[in-house]
Design a protein around this ligand. Structure first.
Ligand code: AP5
Ligand code: MG
Length: 209
């Protein structure tokens, strides 16, 4: 299964990817997570990405295409993968096509903008990659990661104004991908307004697993 997850910031792509990748035993490639790790490590790529991410803008296509090309060449991607948060522009989607990758499905998790702020403002993350929500997916001990015991933090780009900027970027630059994949007969839309479990049920049904 070569799956693309589409959806607005905070729609639940990462949350659902975590569940699907375990179920299908394939890796999730999240460009957001790769970029955050690069920023944390202070690499050249991280330094380049920082200003774009903190402004709620997109990191330039050539950086993203380079990341994806390298990551998809790894052995663990041979049996399939989930792309979370990529492609995000038409040139990125075209670059994936040009790599000779045949996508099986572009699954779009639909959540209206009004719900996004509440979702994103309650998000808490751990440096191990785990993600929580203070109300909708709380950790067992407040502020502490269930998986590794480290303290939870707030993503810097989850500040309200940055979230609004990310939403504008999404509508302008990423939403056109729905038509791109619809035209190829690959787009499947699921409503993501219910609970995490309700959305998982819809996602798994759409995937036929
Ligand atoms: P990225 O990390 O991809 O962020 P995003 O797309 O903005 O999406 P999020 O991770 O914020 O949301 P999500 O859909 O994964 O939601 P989650 O499951 O966490 O990218 C960050 C930045 O990196 C970009 O802005 C850009 O600058 C750059 N970048 C990355 N990829 C790029 C690319 N390809 N090209 C250019 N630039 C790129 O859920 C959110 C919260 O809601 C969580 O707290 C969760 O617990 C909760 N939640 C989830 N589902 C539910 C539910 N059903 N009910 C209630 N709460 C829920
Ligand atoms: Mg995410």
């Amino acid at each position: 299964m070569k799956l693309i997850l589409l959806g607005a910031p905070g729609a639940g792509k990462g949350t659902q990817a975590e569940i699907i990748c375990e179920k299908l035993n394939i890796p999730t490639i999240s460009t957001g997570a790769i970029l955050r790790q690069a920023m944390k490590d202070g690499t050249e790529m991280g330094l380049k990405a920082k200003s774009f991410i903190e402004a709620g803008a997109l990191v330039p296509d050539e950086v993203i295409i380079g990341i994806v090309k390298e990551r998809l060449a790894a052995d663990d991607c041979k049996n399939g993968f989930i792309l979370d948060g990529v492609p995000r522009t038409i040139p990125q989607a075209e670059a994936i096509d040009a790599m000779g990758i045949e996508i099986d499905m572009a699954l779009d998790i639909e959540v209206p903008d009004e719900m996004i702020i509440e979702r994103v403002s309650g998000r808490r993350v751990c440096s191990c990659g785990a993600s929580y929500h203070v109300k909708f997916k709380p950790s067992a001990v407040e502020g502490v990661c269930d998986k590794c015991g480290q303290p939870l933090t707030i993503r810097k780009d989850d500040e309200p104004q940055t979230v609004l900027d990310r939403l504008t970027t999404y509508h302008e630059q990423t939403e056109p991908l729905k038509d791109f994949y619809r035209a190829k007969g690959l787009l499947v839309e699921v409503e993501g307004t219910g609970t995490v479990a309700e959305t998982t049920e819809k996602v798994l049904k759409a995937l036929g697993v």
